[in-house]
Design a protein around this ligand. Structure first.
Ligand code: HEC
Length: 105
């Protein structure tokens, strides 16, 4: 009887240990599609602050790179940069709003 309980316990531990955890951080946040980017001025302003603070740790503010590319072209870049800058989901939404407002149309 003890063996059965022990086996059941081991099986349970294995299942719990192997279950993927819900992502605790938002470093894998998805860059919103053009159609769903926030266009309200408060988000754009907040995004500008993030862009000039958190995004300049490794390089200058990439204003020129943003202005010379379409939002669609910038999305994959933003996705990897948001991870590098460890932005929260909300910050990702805001920086996306700023980038969208300033990207090449
Ligand atoms: C951990 C360092 C790091 C952080 C933080 C970071 N970047 Fe970058 N970024 C790089 C590197 C490295 C490159 C490539 C070399 C370069 O252009 O300086 C780059 C390049 C870029 C480019 C140019 C890409 C191209 O193809 O022209 C853009 C635009 C950009 N980053 C935007 C951002 C934005 C927006 C953020 C904030 C969300 C950010 N970066 C945060 C490291 C970083």
């Amino acid at each position: 009887m003890k063996k059965i309980i022990l086996c059941a316990y081991i099986a349970l531990v294995a299942v719990v240990a192997c279950t993927p955890k819900a992502s605790p951080t938002s470093t894998d946040a998805v860059i919103p599609e053009a159609a769903s980017v926030s266009s309200d001025q408060a988000s754009i302003d907040a995004g500008h602050i993030i862009f000039t603070t958190k995004c300049t740790k490794c390089h200058g503010a990439k204003d020129k790179a943003v202005a010379s590319k379409s939002y669609e072209a910038l999305r994959p870049i933003l996705a990897s940069m948001s991870k590098k800058a460890k932005l929260s989901k909300e910050e990702v939404q805001q920086v996306s709003a700023y980038v969208y407002a300033n990207a090449k149309k």
